[in-house]
Design a protein around this ligand. Structure first.
Ligand SMILES: [Zn+2]
Length: 331
């Protein structure tokens, strides 16, 4: 919700907001927010500001319509609208797919704890939070996404974040950067909104079938993922999804291509899902196969000065991209 006192400049849960076009301060105008610099008006729908640069984003402010009968992008509504088979799939996916993976890696909660040990009550920005609320209630976590959802505080596009420079101590982006048109621009934007010495935690796919259709642009090899964060020093990094888990997913996706029929496609996904617990057992014995991993995770600290050079990245490659640690090192 927009804070009760929204005198200029507008804040959201104590965080200053900025125009995604020119980073000018915003001020409340009726039920909306207006940029003091360029005059753009941003709607606030059910307490959630829609801070999208209408000219540069793949999303248009009109997509978020609002008001009665609103049918715009949202998490948590699909489940109500879709058929029984889909509901069954999602229930099974939660049971089988979300079980403890056989490769453990540091998660977003550990990244928050790491930064909290350096700076009490760190300011955390979650980009692409979806329906997931990260952090404890007492943590200062602001969640953004391109769709409305129970955990989304503001609608924002990662290419042009609606916050002034240096607003956060940690940016979290889990399974997000494959879904943006220009992940390199987004990674720079993460650096911009981080305070000096701020941290980034990201998990991004390497070998994974297309998901979310048109909104699935890019994959990263381990060194490609490291290079994405070349404006950061690496604290720790590793493999996020094991070879076996991704094999099960890939088999399901391959079976889907046998027919375009909706029922078959859902059944094929289900078959892949049923293979997951079995094939996941291969994750650990095949754990040195970063070259066939489902994803990469990276935790790093914003660098002062020049980015890591490509020559240095290549030189450091040999030792760097194994499984990675199960826990973050002490800060
Ligand atoms: Zn503006």
């Amino acid at each position: 919700m927009i804070d009760e006192v929204t005198a200029s400049p507008a804040t959201l849960q104590g965080f200053r907001l900025a125009c995604p076009k020119d980073r000018g301060p915003l001020e409340a105008e009726g039920a909306a927010l207006r940029c003091c610099r360029c005059g753009t008006l941003y709607p606030v729908i059910d307490g959630v500001p829609v801070l999208i640069d209408d000219e540069r984003s793949v999303f248009a402010i009109a997509d978020y319509g609002g008001g009665a009968g609103y049918e715009g992008p949202s998490y948590g509504r699909d489940a109500d609208r879709s058929g029984g088979l889909r509901r069954l799939y999602h229930r099974a996916a939660r049971r089988l797919g979300d079980a403890e993976t056989s490769i453990r890696h540091p998660d977003a909660a550990e990244a928050i704890a790491y930064v909290a040990a350096l700076r009490p009550r760190p300011r955390v920005l979650v980009v692409g939070s979806g329906g997931l609320r990260l952090g404890a209630p007492e943590d200062r976590v602001l969640s953004t996404d391109v769709a409305f959802g129970p955990a989304v505080d503001a609608v924002a596009d990662a290419h042009h974040l609606p916050f002034p420079d240096g607003s956060f101590d940690l940016v979290i982006a889990v399974a997000v950067l494959e879904h943006v048109a220009d992940p390199w621009l987004c990674a720079r934007e993460f650096g911009r909104v981080l305070d000096s010495g701020g941290h980034v935690y990201a998990v991004t796919p390497f070998l994974q079938p297309v998901h979310m259709g048109a909104y699935d642009f890019t994959r990263f090899t381990p060194i490609g993922h490291r290079r994405l964060f070349r404006h950061f020093d690496e604290v720790a990094a590793g493999v996020a999804m094991g070879v076996g888990s991704v094999a099960a997913w890939t088999i399901g996706a391959a079976l889907q291509s046998a027919s375009g029929r909706r029922g078959w496609r859902m059944a094929a996904r289900m078959m892949g899902l049923l293979l997951t617990p079995l094939l996941r057992r291969l994750d650990r014995p095949l754990r040195h196969g970063a070259d066939a991993a489902g994803g990469c995770w990276f935790f790093g600290r914003l660098r002062e000065g020049a980015p890591v050079s490509d020559r240095d990245l290549v030189r450091d490659y040999r030792d760097r991209f194994g499984l990675g640690p199960e826990r973050l090192p002490p800060p």
